[in-house]
Write a new protein. Structure first.
Lengths: 120, 113
């Protein structure tokens, strides 16, 4: 079955960077885009960006331009997201999510989420 | 950016009764070339990631019970649970995928009355 398994929780200081991994299994890694969505504590969902695992092309929401990077390793079927210049408002659960088979823009499988806490 | 607004923010419904959640987009998400509405619904239970329920505004994802249905077009949409079950307690989100950045509604918390 399709699985997205993310790396564990992180605690970072303001100004630092964090890198979260998302390992895919159960399907052809290059056949589905991967998205990142975050959720601040007790808040709603915020889409951050998308990566094409096949060619590596990316698109980011403007809010995160310049400090958000997505990369992939096709040999290990793993997607990485890195967020730099962290501030307290970046404290959130970060999810990777697979673009659905029927339409890429919605998400049919999700990772379990990675809590990133930014605190001095 | 397209703003998605859900109503109500919270809802309490008796078991076996109908639950209705509304979602309005700040512009139409109907794509004229294929006559599809680029609108999805998700269910999120505490401590879990969201689960896709419906896409194209009214198409149920595989495995989703048929008590869940979606309707609407253009900028006004509805998620209906025809007969509420205890396991349906969750927060529900609508999401547009008409244009990036993809955006979500603020969520509607559904509880048992």
């Amino acid at each position: 079955q399709v699985q997205l398994v993310q790396s564990g929780a992180e605690v970072k200081k303001p100004g630092a960077s964090v890198k979260v991994s998302c390992k895919a299994s159960g399907y052809t890694f290059t056949s589905h885009y991967i998205h990142w969505v975050r959720q601040a504590p007790g808040q709603g969902l915020e889409w951050m960006g998308i990566i094409d695992p096949s060619g590596g092309s990316t698109s980011y929401t403007q809010k995160f331009q310049g400090r958000f990077t997505m990369t992939r390793n096709t040999s290990s079927s793993t997607i990485y997201m890195e967020l730099s210049s962290l501030r307290s408002e970046d404290t959130a659960v970060y999810f990777c999510a697979r673009g659905s088979s029927e339409v890429d823009g919605c998400f049919d499988s999700w990772g379990q989420g990675t809590l990133v806490t930014v605190s001095s | 950016d397209i703003v998605m607004t859900q109503s109500p923010d919270s809802l309490a419904v008796s078991l076996g009764e109908r639950a209705t959640i509304n979602c309005k987009s700040s512009q139409s998400v109907l794509y004229s070339s294929n006559n599809e509405n680029f609108l999805a619904w998700y269910q999120q239970k505490p401590g879990q990631p969201p689960k896709l329920l419906i896409y194209w505004a009214s198409t149920r994802e595989s495995g989703v019970p048929d008590r869940f249905s979606g309707s609407g077009s253009g900028a006004d949409f509805t998620l209906t649970i025809s007969s509420l079950q205890a396991e349906d307690v969750a927060v529900y989100y609508c999401q547009q995928y008409y244009s990036t950045p993809y955006t979500f509604g603020q969520g509607t918390k559904l509880e048992i009355k």
